[in-house]
Design a protein. Structure first.
Length: 405
């Protein structure tokens, strides 16, 4: 006997086939046992199976639970003042040079207690969960020393244990340089500390499943990122990269050389970078919230990614300075409206492709036997509504491991 049977629903399995990119399965039912999907089939085919609980969905659409594959959810304070500075014409680089940006969040994060960090992150997490998120990546990066980065990863793991959500933690080892290490020998010492102290300590403690870095003119050079990635590989951790956000540093090609799970942002990506990502299987993670908040003008080259055959994910990039976004449906709408993704691409971008960006495609992102029963039930007449409504409130039901949550 199954634990649960969802009936009278239309299912977007996200298992693509020719002419059916979302794997649509109308008039379907879904069998669930032990927190996993055991069968997806026609409603009439599954009607004879017994289940402890039968849930009629009244003709609603069911998708995999949403996957938010790029967030900076644990931090102290806000950077609302920078919103005013940008409206007055200040650029990202100018704010950073004036002591704002990541450095100001680092200071606020260090000043916050462990309870404050967990409680504020949990409130943000709840908002994303209400929007249908069942799996989420949470980066560190606001510590800038080993003990502080471990503190942030522990906070992320703690809220993941307490909430009905799958939390993936990422060590954003090279996010920003401390003021005292901006240049000269101190800069080299800091990068060495990341490679030889921070990454081994986090890997030994099992606190992160990947290592990320910010490759940019205002952050870390490609050569410095290579040192970080070499250390990550030596410690058995896959890598991801903030790449080509403000300029083309050839970060996408660098990420591809290390078989990175993803390269994220990519507004300044070129053809060589897209080709390298396709060959490496590196997922492109587009972040329309940051594009919007920064009032950027250069869009990521979506056509280039399509032509190269790169899988495209989208994510909230929830962070205090450049993407204070807590609604996954808004991100899907922005991806369509600002970047020109189709509604189908936006849905794939927050399900199967986002799962691929986290190395979780074996577990979540599609509705098929053996996968986790993480599901969203949407009271919509057609799936394109998910990228159509601006900030819709979320699914009618959010199911995590087979249970309403």
């Amino acid at each position: 006997m199954w634990d649960r049977l969802l009936t009278d629903c239309h299912v977007a399995t996200m298992v693509a086939s020719p002419g059916n990119p979302l794997g649509l399965f109308p008039n379907a039912a879904i069998g669930i046992a032990d927190g996993k999907i055991v069968r997806v089939g026609k409603r009439t085919e599954l009607a004879g199976f017994r289940a402890k609980e039968v849930t009629p969905c009244g003709g609603a659409w069911v998708t995999p639970g949403l996957v938010d594959c790029h967030t900076h959810l644990v931090f102290g304070g806000t950077r609302a003042n920078e919103h005013a500075m940008r409206r007055a014409g200040a650029t990202y680089e100018e704010i950073a040079k004036a002591g704002g940006g990541i450095a100001s969040t680092v200071a606020a994060t260090k000043a916050a207690s462990a309870d404050e960090l967990r409680d504020t992150a949990r409130r943000r997490l709840h908002a994303l969960m209400q929007g249908g998120v069942t799996s989420i990546e949470i980066k560190s990066g606001y510590g800038l020393d080993t003990a502080s980065e471990i503190r942030l990863l522990n906070a992320a793991r703690a809220i993941g244990r307490d909430e009905p959500v799958r939390v993936v933690t990422t060590l954003l080892a090279a996010h920003a340089l401390p003021p005292e290490a901006k240049e000269g020998p101190a800069r080299d010492v800091y990068v060495k500390m990341i490679a030889e102290e921070m990454i081994p300590a986090v890997a030994k403690a099992g606190l992160a499943t990947s290592v990320d870095a910010f490759c940019e003119s205002i952050a870390f050079t490609p050569a410095e990122v290579e040192r970080v990635f070499t250390a990550a590989r030596a410690n058995g951790l896959p890598v991801r990269l903030h790449a080509e956000q403000l300029s083309n540093q050839k970060g996408a090609e660098l990420a591809a050389r290390y078989k990175a799970l993803s390269a994220d942002h990519l507004e300044h990506l070129d053809a060589a970078g897209a080709k390298a990502m396709a060959a490496a299987g590196t997922v492109a993670v587009l972040l329309p919230g940051a594009f919007y908040a920064l009032n950027e003008k250069k869009k990521p080259p979506v056509d280039l990614l399509r032509d190269a055959g790169v899988a495209v994910a989208i994510a909230s990039d929830c962070n205090p300075g450049t993407s204070p976004v807590l609604n996954p449906q808004l991100i899907m709408n922005m991806a369509c409206t600002l970047f020109g993704l189709t509604p189908e691409e936006a849905i794939a971008g927050m399900t199967i492709n986002a799962a691929r960006a986290l190395g979780l495609a074996h577990e979540v992102g599609t509705i098929e036997a053996g996968k986790a029963a993480d599901l969203c039930v949407w009271r919509v007449s057609e799936l394109s509504e998910l990228g159509y409504w601006i900030g819709m409130p979320g699914p009618e039901r959010r199911i995590f491991c087979g249970q309403d949550s």
